[in-house]
Design a protein around this ligand. Structure first.
Ligand code: NIG
Ligand code: FE
Length: 399
């Protein structure tokens, strides 16, 4: 057993069985001042107020010195396995080219696919692992990673193998998503490639938990998405890229296929909000790509007002969000999307855990869940980590 005592604030307490929070409930979380928490192996056993602490000489005990303990961040949408960098496109972007224009010139996703093709599996692993390690240092304890820079059978499987290898290496939990339909691979027509993705599904399902399609203007249509998700039924649960570049219909086709999440949502109307009501699908917004690409921020407030929950994730990738800093994501949730600190906190913990199917294990302080925790320096609380968003606050990540 291990004990953490003198916790200034234990934040993110939820009763057992709460797997996501929606609407007004997203604005609430359990808080306990002056607390202790006990864990055994990797599970939270119990917690309570310091007035009730029982110290036993035989266990490891950590003095929190008044720091906050909170669940670690859960990042339900990343593309951290990629080769090289796209800093060459950074100047194009600064000079005013849009994401679509950079892609149309052979930059963008295809540029990453060319780089990945020339990179060995071992090299891809050693380039990607430090990104995940940096994310863990910044407090991420569970993350999803997508394929989608392979764009042919051999390279997609290479990516999925690297994702699996990373999951076997790090203490964080890694979920894997087959995003063959990220862009049309070189040498294929659009039609040929959609069929190739469908043909890759059985093999991809040996590695991946989820299937994703970039359902957006200039990439894959609602019809393509419908075909791919139909082929993946019973094999892979959908998580969809939708409504980033246009009101694409991606939300609706995702909901139709019982997607666990629909992600991006920079451009939505009331129709998307209605389509999501009373479904299992978690709307997931990625403020890092709004920031980096200068896109509108998702309308998280309206979603909450309609009674929906919202998750936030980093989208860490070389083209639209070269950062996996979930504390910055949380801060943007507050500053740019007008979420309260507690709403944003729930969005980067419990709801983002739900959006990758791990909220039975992660995302809150709950007896029986993983002791995957952030211990802060003294004096921090949920408001301050978003408000004073660049001052280092982590003392230790317990994982
Ligand atoms: O989520 N939108 C599609 N895919 C990624 C970007 C991938 C890239 O540009 O490399 C995203 O933003
Ligand atoms: Fe993405």
């Amino acid at each position: 057993m291990s004990l953490i005592y003198n916790i200034g604030l234990l934040a993110g307490i939820q009763p057992e069985g709460v797997l996501r929070v929606e609407g007004e409930a997203q604005g609430r979380t359990g808080l306990l001042e002056n607390a202790w928490l006990r864990y055994e192996d990797d599970r939270i056993v119990d917690f309570g107020p310091m007035s009730s602490v029982i110290l036993s000489g035989s266990e490891e005990a950590l003095d929190a010195e008044g720091g906050m303990v909170m669940p670690g961040f859960c990042d339900s949408h990343t593309h951290v396995v990629y080769a090289g960098s796209r800093d060459g496109e950074f100047l194009d972007k600064i000079n005013g080219l849009s994401y679509e224009e950079i892609a149309a010139r052979g930059g963008g996703i295809l540029n990453s696919a060319d780089l990945l093709h020339r990179t060995s599996e071992e090299e891809l692993y050693s380039q990607s692992l430090p990104r995940v390690q940096e994310m863990m240092e910044k407090g991420t304890v569970a993350l999803e990673i997508k394929s989608g820079y392979g764009l042919n059978p051999a390279d997609e499987i290479k990516m999925l193998r690297v994702i699996r290898h990373i999951g076997e290496t790090v203490p964080a939990t890694v979920k894997s998503t087959f995003l063959g339909a990220h862009a049309v691979g070189r040498g294929y027509t659009h039609e040929e490639y959609v069929q190739a993705v469908i043909d890759m599904i059985p093999q991809a399902a040996e590695y991946a938990d989820f299937v994703d399609v970039f359902c957006d203007e200039g990439f894959f249509t609602v019809e393509d998405t419908d075909r791919i998700l139909t082929a993946a039924e019973h094999l892979l649960t959908p998580k969809i890229h939708a409504n980033e570049l246009a009101v694409s219909g991606g939300v609706q086709v995702g909901v139709k296929h019982k997607a666990l999440s629909v992600d991006h949502l920079e451009r939505t109307t009331e129709a998307e909000i209605s389509a999501l009501k009373d479904t299992r699908t978690m709307p997931t917004m990625l403020p890092g790509s709004s920031f980096f690409l200068g896109l509108p921020y998702g309308r998280a407030r309206e979603f909450l007002k309609a009674g929906l929950g919202v998750a936030l994730a980093s989208d860490y990738n070389p083209g639209s969000s070269p950062s996996g800093d979930m504390r910055f994501v949380m801060a943007q949730g507050c500053i740019k999307m007008r979420l309260t600190p507690v709403e944003a906190f729930n969005a980067v913990t419990l709801n983002s855990a739900y959006a990758m199917g791990v909220s039975t294990e992660y995302g809150s302080i709950t007896r029986g869940k993983k002791a995957a925790l952030i211990l802060t320096r003294p004096g921090w609380d949920l408001t301050k980590i978003a408000y004073q968003y660049q001052t280092p606050f982590i003392r230790k990540v317990i994982l």
